[in-house]
Design a protein around this ligand. Structure first.
Ligand SMILES: NC(=O)c1ccc[n+]([C@@H]2O[C@H](COP(=O)([O-])OP(=O)(O)OC[C@H]3O[C@@H](n4cnc5c(N)ncnc54)[C@H](O)[C@@H]3O)[C@@H](O)[C@H]2O)c1
Length: 397
């Protein structure tokens, strides 16, 4: 059983608390920290937590606490993680790990030097659907993954600090691109090095300094491509979708809207429907189990089970650092309008085999490029001559 200090009692603090209390059940949140004492006290009362406070350092250093969970605005992650490392506490940090790769690297080095357990709370690679899809990809069901596309779009975040670039580190890329980039890494293979990126980012709607919409491509060493699409300008709720295409298969995942629970009401229900839902009348897409669908339950299972077993979790500060480095390159590319290299000061390597060419023999003399049954019932075979390179076709009625 772990004794936890939860830093931050906002949207994510609430989801984390619900996940920790409802599922693994063994661990206890002893201390909660908010910016204002009243907020901490209200939250503590609601969830039966004994010590509400506003002092981050005091919470981290509390002798009863062995695990620190960081659910604070982005600009506070580094400070909190360094305090946890200094106090020798296990530390789990929400996404993005930090506001940029430089700070993320400082955090990574601090926890590793201190030898404390570290976990990167990237929930969207832990949704039950995603875990199953990743397992299928690892088992070879998709062949070689060539293209992993991930989208998170909604009408914009719910607190002031997100919209202030000095506090958040950026706009939609830092806020949501981090999810999409890590989802793509999980399918393409975390040992495959991200090489360079190109990115369009703009401020289309809101009066802010950061981007409220961005689309990016991350090119991996094995020629696979990660594609992210993020927006704070999207209307209609929260669109969370992934598409993964490999040489032998495809996966499409829809996590939030149109997942099988659709409801119409002309009068509404007066309140919350699902995260980032825009209204409560008309056609609605409620979500039965929000914390499950977003991956928080499986994520904390992995984190605390890993801690108990003395192993690393699926997502560590190192993963958070790699994601921050990719996002930094995206910002450079959006400025320069060119492909920009991903600057990874620490690369822990891994597989980097080239994409399988997919060459299949048709006969001794030809490779088979494509086979298709046509509307008239004939089968067409598109071939390449192994010696001359000539492309031809054979039709079998
Ligand atoms: N899917 C996800 O993993 C996910 C979803 C939402 C948010 N997040 C991340 O969680 C973090 C917090 O986001 P949120 O949506 O909960 O924000 P929020 O604005 O809802 O809550 C922020 C919390 O931090 C507290 N806080 C702010 N400044 C503080 C200070 N100086 N000292 C002590 N407490 C302070 C506030 O009182 C509040 O409880 C961000 O890094 C965000 O990116 C992750």
């Amino acid at each position: 059983m772990h004794k936890i200090a939860l830093l931050g009692t906002g949207l994510i603090g609430r989801f984390y608390t619900q996940s920790l209390l409802s599922y693994r059940g063994k661990d206890e949140i002893k201390v909660v920290v908010s910016q204002r004492q009243e907020e901490a006290e209200r939250f503590a009362r609601e969830f039966g937590i004994s010590r509400p406070m506003t002092d981050i350092a005091a919470a981290v250093r509390d002798p009863e606490i062995d695990t620190v969970i960081i659910g604070l605005p982005n600009y506070l992650h580094k400070q909190a993680a360094l305090l946890a490392a200094e106090a020798g506490k296990a530390v789990l940090c929400t996404k993005p790990l930090s506001v940029n790769a430089e700070d993320a690297l400082v955090m990574l080095e601090a926890v590793e030097k201190a030898g404390v357990f570290n976990g990167y709370l990237e929930d969207l690679v832990y949704t039950p659907k995603t875990l199953k899809a990743i397992a299928s990809a690892r088992a070879g069901a998709l062949g070689k993954v060539l293209w992993a596309r991930s989208r998170e779009t909604h009408g914009g975040p719910h607190s002031d600090w997100f919209w202030n670039k000095k506090l958040s580190g950026g706009g939609a890329i830092v806020d949501m691109g981090c999810h999409c980039i890590e989802i793509a890494r999980a399918f393409i293979g975390k040992g495959v090095r991200p090489m360079d990126v190109t990115c369009w980012a703009d401020t289309q709607v809101h009066p802010i300094d950061a981007e409220d919409h961005a689309i990016g491509l991350v090119r991996y060493e094995n020629t696979a491509i990660g594609q992210f699409e993020v927006s704070w300008t999207f209307r209609g709720g929260m669109d969370l979708r992934d598409e993964v295409a490999g040489t032998e298969g495809t996966v499409w995942l829809n996590h939030w809207m149109r997942t099988g629970f659709e409801m119409f009401t002309s009068v509404g229900q007066g309140g919350y429907v699902a995260e980032k839902a825009e209204g409560d009348t008309g056609w609605l897409f409620p979500v039965g189990d929000e914390i499950g669908s977003l991956g928080y339950v499986e994520m904390f299972m992995d984190m605390f089970n890993a801690m108990d077993a003395g192993r690393q979790p699926m997502e560590t500060f190192y993963d958070g650092y790699v994601v921050n480095a990719i996002m930094d390159a995206c910002y450079r590319a959006a400025e320069s309008k060119r492909w920009e290299p991903v600057d990874l000061k620490v690369w822990r390597g891994g597989e980097s085999a080239q994409v399988a060419t997919g060459m299949k023999d048709f006969d001794d003399q030809h490779f088979l490029i494509k086979e298709e049954v046509m509307p008239n019932g004939a089968t067409k075979f598109i071939l390449k001559d192994k010696n001359t390179g000539e492309i031809s076709q054979v039709i079998r009625e």
